[in-house]
Design a protein around this ligand. Structure first.
Ligand SMILES: Nc1ncnc2c1ncn2[C@@H]1O[C@H](COP(=O)(O)OP(=O)(O)OP(=O)(O)O)[C@@H](O)[C@H]1O
Ligand SMILES: [Mg+2]
Length: 252
């Protein structure tokens, strides 16, 4: 059984089929790319898979559990985490506090225990700090644990967002244009980090990206969306050499 199973997913906005008949089956541990021109419907797919938009048609399930129609909170708890095309961090919180926000849904103490500083508050806080530092280390952000998110350079903010998404302990990680705005060396570094995350956490990753060097460098397979429909899918090198894909998206 595939980890993520998406069947005939579609959504209509005021007559516009933003996504139509989208199908995807992702095995655990795969690194899969979703590409296509601007406005093709890529982010809309993520918005449906995270419960932000309710699909008009179709279903999707994670680990055999049907998630269509569930709320973003329920879907996050079920194990789908994401990053955003435009970075969304708590700018005025430190790097570590941003990660700890992701951890909160797993490690719990009651308000009562927090106010009265009962033992469980301290042990939980200690565990959260350790876990958050561990995640920051994966992204080489541990030296900047105390830096406000807003004061981190752009490339590091992008990484911090991935660290926060991972803190929710997902089964599936959705990355929306993680390399957007990065220079070539930052992009190379990000590619290595994404591969490392997949290997270290045995993570399943679906990523939207316009940087074809990144896509061909790390994605085993891709789907190309064009005007909301699948133009091509399959092995990355085959798809990127497909004449139809070159005409519609890559140019010549
Ligand atoms: N909430 C909405 N209401 C109306 N139309 C929407 C909404 N969200 C997305 N759309 C439309 O759906 C289409 C797909 O948008 P989407 O953001 O998914 O594209 P994308 O492939 O992520 O593009 P980009 O590469 O520019 O990020 C666009 O025509 C967009 O205007
Ligand atoms: Mg988008």
């Amino acid at each position: 059984m595939a980890l993520l199973e998406v069947k005939n997913l579609g959504i209509v906005f005021g007559g516009l089929h933003a996504v139509e008949d989208f199908n995807l089956s992702l095995e655990k541990g795969s690194l899969y790319g979703l590409i296509g021109p601007n406005g093709a419907g890529k982010t809309t797919v993520f918005n449906m898979l995270t419960g932000v938009y309710k699909p008009t048609t179709g279903t999707f399930s994670l680990d055999g559990k049907k998630l269509t129609g569930k709320s973003p909170v329920e879907i996050s708890k079920a194990g789908i985490a994401r990053t955003f095309q435009n970075i969304r961090l708590f700018k005025n919180l430190s790097a570590i506090d941003n990660v700890k926000l992701g951890l909160h849904n797993q490690m719990k103490y009651s308000t009562f225990e927090a106010i009265f500083r009962l033992p469980r508050y301290f042990t939980t806080e200690k565990k959260m700090n350790e876990k958050a530092m561990e995640l920051l280390k994966v992204f080489a952000l541990d030296d900047e644990w105390d830096t406000l998110a807003d004061n981190l350079p752009y490339g590091k903010q992008r990484k911090l967002e991935i660290a926060r998404a991972l803190a929710t302990n997902p089964k599936l990680l959705l990355l929306d244009e993680p390399a957007a705005g990065m220079n070539p060396s930052e992009t190379q570094d990000l590619m290595d980090t994404i591969r490392f995350v997949r290997d270290k956490f045995d993570m399943t990753i679906l990523l939207i990206e316009h940087d074809m060097k990144l896509v061909s460098g790390i994605c085993e397979e891709v789907t190309v969306l064009n005007f909301g429909t699948e133009l091509a899918k399959g092995k990355t090198s085959d798809v990127l050499n497909n004449p139809e894909v070159i005409t519609a998206y890559l140019g010549d």
